[in-house]
Design a protein around this ligand. Structure first.
Ligand SMILES: Nc1ncnc2c1ncn2[C@@H]1O[C@H](COP(=O)(O)OP(=O)(O)OP(=O)(O)O)[C@@H](O)[C@H]1O
Ligand SMILES: [Mg+2]
Length: 312
């Protein structure tokens, strides 16, 4: 079942008298029940805007969004949703434990449940020692940890996390990853906005990449990184002159001791590269497709998209 469905979602912000920012230019996206979904994209791509629209905090200019099979304005789904905003705004005059109580009561929970869940969650995010300290004394990473705990107070079915590990140290990041994996095991759906591609790679089942308010790639990690068109070619010898000749067919990333890795757009071109190497007297030992990391896929994709736009 699709937990989140976005169809042709558009958002234009009005700024000042005549200013307009087209933050979303027709976004289609689907998130299935029980998966960890990663939304990636450079700064300003529109990720936070999309999350806020799904949560009914920002109204779209066009298109439609359904959450848990309902209209996003349907108040009955509120209790099933958890949200860690991009910059969590904890009341500075409250202690961590009191902030949890406040968020619990805003979620409509009874005092006994709030007490129990709050103690459990503070422990889980390693903030139990800080429950009696004012949130104004927290470091950035501590704010994020408490923010994550508050987003879980109502035991939500769908959790939205906007840059959850921003400012969190590597140990904390690993702990947060474990919390999220535990939630997935319980069947929860998690929507994660992140810049940290290695983290996304470790956690997410499906990802979508946005640029300038549009989804430019979407699929499972496997699907995205497999279609990378990178090959590692091992020859007995290879020199700069030969590599230069290959330029029209292959974009060479590196070459070392007879091995070079290159982006080659099609199997036809790969065969032309092999023909060229063979006719130049090269002895080919192996040709291996290379699976890209999500990071290099992302960087190449955004470069391509921007390149196409600039070429228009
Ligand atoms: N309230 C607002 N008023 C005007 N423009 C806005 C507003 N919020 C966002 N924008 C603009 O909309 C675009 C998308 O912003 P958004 O915050 O959704 O991007 P993002 O992908 O979350 O970026 P980041 O990775 O930096 O968090 C940007 O150009 C931003 O300047
Ligand atoms: Mg954002």
């Amino acid at each position: 079942m699709a937990v989140i469905e976005c169809t042709d979602v558009k958002k234009t912000y009005r700024t000042g008298l005549r200013g307009r920012v087209n933050a979303l230019n027709g976004v289609d996206l689907e998130v299935k029940e029980g998966e960890i979904f990663g939304l990636l994209g450079p700064n300003g791509a529109g990720k936070t805007t999309l999350v806020k629209i799904i949560l009914n905090l920002v109204h779209p200019t066009g298109g439609s969004v359904r959450l848990l099979g309902s209209d996003v304005g349907d108040h009955r789904i509120r209790t099933k949703i958890g949200y860690l905003p991009e910059n969590p705004n904890l009341p500075p005059y409250l202690k961590g434990g009191q902030a949890m109580e406040l968020f619990g009561s805003l979620s409509g929970l009874d005092p006994a449940t709030i007490k129990e869940r709050s103690a459990e969650l503070l422990k889980e995010v390693k903030m139990d020692q800080w429950a009696d300290k004012k949130t104004s004394s927290y470091s950035k990473g501590m704010v994020q940890r408490l923010g994550l705990a508050q987003s879980l107070i109502n035991d939500p079915d769908v959790l939205f996390l906007d840059e959850p590990t921003d400012g969190v140290d590597p140990i904390g990041r690993r702990e947060i990853r474990e919390v999220l994996k535990g939630l997935k095991k319980k069947g929860k759906t998690i929507f994660l906005n992140s810049h940290l591609l290695s983290e996304t790679e470790m956690l997410c089942d499906h990802v979508a990449i946005m640029e300038k308010g549009k989804v430019v790639a979407a699929g499972s990690l496997d699907e995205l990184t497999k279609t990378s068109n990178y090959y590692k070619i091992k020859c007995d010898k290879i020199d700069d002159e030969t590599l230069e000749k290959l330029k029209p067919l292959a974009s060479v990333k590196y070459s070392i001791n007879g091995v070079f890795e290159a982006k080659i757009d099609s199997v036809t071109k790969l065969n032309e590269v092999i023909d060229m190497l063979r006719s130049g007297g090269q002895l080919i030992e192996s040709v291996t497709p290379v699976r890209q990391s999500l990071e290099s896929y992302f960087v190449d994709l955004i470069k391509d998209v921007r390149g196409e736009e600039n070429g228009k």
